[in-house]
Design a protein. Sequence first.
Lengths: 163, 660
Amino acid sequence: MNPKRKQKLILIIAMVAGVGIAVGLLLNAFQQNLMLFFSPTDVVAGKAPEDAKFRIGGLVEAGSVQREADGLTVSFKVTDNAKTVAIRYTGILPDLFREGQGIVSLGRLDDTGVFVASEVLAKHDENYMPPEVADALEKTRQAEESGKAAQTAVHGSNTVQMQ
Amino acid sequence: MIPELGHFALILALVVAVILSVVPMVGSFTGTTAWMALARPAAKVQMLLVTISYAILTHAFLVHDFSVSYVTNTSNLSLPLIYRISGVWGSHEGSLLLWMLILAGWTVSVSIFSRGVPLQMIARVLSVLGMISVGFLLFMLITSNPFDRMLPAPADGQSLNPLLQDFGLAIHPPMLYMGYVGFSVAFAFAVAALIGGRLDMAWARWMRPWTNIAWMFLTIGIALGSWWAYYELGWGGWWFWDPVENASFMPWLMGTALIHSLAATEKRGAFKAWTVLLAVCAFSLSLLGTFLVRSGVLTSVHAFATDPARGAFILAFLGVVVGSSLALYAWRAPQLRSNTSFSMQSRESGLLFNNVIMLAMCASVLLGTLYPLVLDALGIAKISVGVPYFNAVFLPLAIPLMLMVGVGALARWKKDNLVEILKRLRWAAVLSVVGGIALPFLMGRFTFGAALGIGLGLWVTLASLQGLFERLRHRNNKWVALRSIGAGFWGMTMAHIGIAVFSVGVSLTTIYSVEKDLRMAPGDSYDIAGYNFAFEGVRKAQGPNYRADEGVVEVTKGGEEVTVLAAQKRQYDIQMSIMTEAAIDAGFTRDLYVALGEKIGTDGSWSVRLYYKPFIRWIWLGSLLMGLGGVLAVCDRRYRRVSERLAQQTTDQPLEAKPT
């Protein structure tokens, strides 16, 4: 093989190896840091991982916010109007955190089923609803409606037949 | 009546833009000089019309014309003057108008500072810029007219989001847009070269200053955004890997690759097709950034206005721009073959190495930003990519990049000897290792990360200085030698030292920061890194359009007073929204940062956030050095000389025949 070709071959092999290693590391890091979002209904149903971080979102339930004696640890519940999950967070809450507000939180479940949050996010706009939360609420509403619809269908079967 | 004139001016600007995008382009194929010559005046008229429109919107803000619904939505009677001026781009419609104004400005600048460029080339460049104008003007007129009326006019407006009522954010969008839109010039040059099928070193020399200036604005714009997030959001972070930040970071990475690749194209005629592709990609990513931020697909502080029609329009526009330019590239790129060869050990290889790393970084950011959006759009799952992913990817890429920065800059074109270069750098290597190991002890405790950050920073700095030293060593008159060094070299050295400063800042801030959330009653105090933070209580304060609780913290070191920090919790009158305003004592080697949480109990206790952030200023200082380096390089004599020489030639230079 002439030197020029040899050089080219080395270059190509080095590049392929480099790219291969880089892609491998990249996808590995990516896989490890994907965080899924779950609604309170999902979490109660046991769909959320027990040993990994994930995100949860919903409305802060009215009357659920409690401060512990140290003043910095806060317990509250998030709801998607169907199920609720208890969250515990130590630190300073965002400016717009308040009861009834939509929030997204990052953390993991402890042994007792309490979600220990490392981050609580509330957006800087009182009309803003995190899309995930809006989605979860929409699902609950639809479930309720289809539930009602099913009931109406049973009770009102005569009406349906008449049409 | 006046706002309608603004609207009318925009429509006229669209007409002019259509003329600009069609007539000179057609003229460049038929060889009709008059048609091509139309490009320059058309660019000026477009600038005039957009400026009129912009001035009218600003006027509406200044006189509180609440019959314009955009003004109602973003301003009110109590808003201070400066935020009424910056409020013009405080929300979607106005920021598009700003974008358009900047695009018109870049177009006019190209038409003025391009005397040396052949008429055929400049006609095509301006024409492509005109096409981009058509896209944005249509977007504005169809989906987001800033002059829409709201009748009857309300007595008072709502408000600019309090987060945006801030000096840093007042200038962040214009800077960022200057960068985004600036890449449209590089894009236009690239497309013009593809259309003509001709790309020579003179072409690279025309394009390079424009690219550098756009890159400088983007660099400073991103740094400003980071600085703003640091002091305004109240978390003390400087980068969050938020999709919107990523949206501006991707064009930056691509632009950095582009300015390095252009160096090889200008000096050696190498990487021609590659340079063109990078220019297309950099602008496409700028458009993608606009789409991500403005369509509302992102959940972020930035997505203030959301409307599906807008997202669909930008996505379609993005598709047309990327699709047509890549099709053109596929058709024409084979003609742009570079006929130069270079050895594996050469400056070209160094630049190629830079490009590979930049592209890998860009691809990993793109993956982390778009993958969650795609999964969500397909309804598969709702996921987010955690910050550790980006850190895990960037660190291994940044280390070889920084190791190579100094070496590559010292290498000669075409062929050099790596071993020889490393020998010249032996003292730099020794000093970097020793300094990297020793200096972290000054911070109180040794960590490997700090040693790595400092060592790499020293290495890049010393290798850059070695380049300077070698240029002076064998000269008798050092002063003359110093003055004979071109601005291009100074710019490169400064930007590379900027990287060093930046990386030292990042590693020391990340490793040695102390962050404490505490419950403090008046009289309580807490020690962090030798500083004593004494909480004196909360008092009331009154601003122009807000009321605030102001927590006073006295900071002492060794019994001597350092500063008194007053952190505020503001409540704005209009939207009743609450905002944390952190108090920061900035310093060259450390920042002290206090933010107020909320009131706890009845004894005057508050939750308080105390931060000690060493060397955080170096992050922005480094970015500033990079940006200034980019501008300094543009001042190089050779760019002026070329345009003068070519200006003389063009008068008697025949027009290029129809491209085949």
